[in-house]
Ligand binder design. Sequence first.
Ligand SMILES: C[S@@+](CC[C@H](N)C(=O)[O-])C[C@H]1O[C@@H](n2cnc3c(N)ncnc32)[C@H](O)[C@@H]1O
Length: 233
Amino acid sequence: MTDIEYLKKYYSGNLDDAMNKLKEGIPVQYIVGNVDFYGINLKVNSNVLIPRFETEELVSKVVEYSKSFNNPTIVDIGTGSGAIAITLKKKILCNMIATDISQEALEVAEYNALSNNAQINFRLGNLLEPLNEKIDIVVSNPPYIAYDEEIMDIVKNNEPHIALYAPNNGLYYYEEILKNISKYLNKKYLIAFEIGESQGNMLKELSKKYLNNEAIIEKDMQGRDRFAFIKTF
Ligand SMILES: C[S@@+](CC[C@H](N)C(=O)[O-])C[C@H]1O[C@@H](n2cnc3c(N)ncnc32)[C@H](O)[C@@H]1O
């Protein structure tokens, strides 16, 4: 569907105003104000990343892996709109925690959890710092774009940079999480990351270094390395 078709289908306000915003380079999802993600509707605004199709694939893979757990405690680090946490909570009987460093993003996520009737424990803070319990499943789609990577203007000019960019060639957040996660993990655990297409080998190295565990790299539907799973089962 083209952006104009999308607007005509989903936008309920003045179409001329909406078309002008589109011409100014605003993403159609921000103009409409909500998106469909994995079968649910989520409010989005410029404080949150627009959830991507690849992230639906991540959710679907985590749902499959989660079948070997019984009522797991799951944390979604960097929840943004709440896309991952809310869809997982709808599919898995679990205790769901979701964190973000952005208060504005958490407000959107809390709204989305309420409107989708999902019980989630939201916490504001840096990466693992808000956690004080043992975790079975860690899911994260952290910022992973290197500062010098070329990305589309529509993304760079509209989506929150705190959701996009990471130091150390985009690897900073993965390393911070893996470096500090072991004290929070139960013996049987799953860590599931969305990653940049060139980051698979580095994720394997980080996983070996900090958890002495071999990461499994999986591809997205475009055939690009997109997911890293680290597990003990
Ligand atoms: C790529 S977005 C992912 C959003 C959402 N999980 C999704 O998949 O659509 C990364 C998120 O991480 C959050 N974030 C950035 N730095 C963080 C930090 N130090 N601690 C926790 N969250 C952080 C951003 O605010 C943003 O919401």
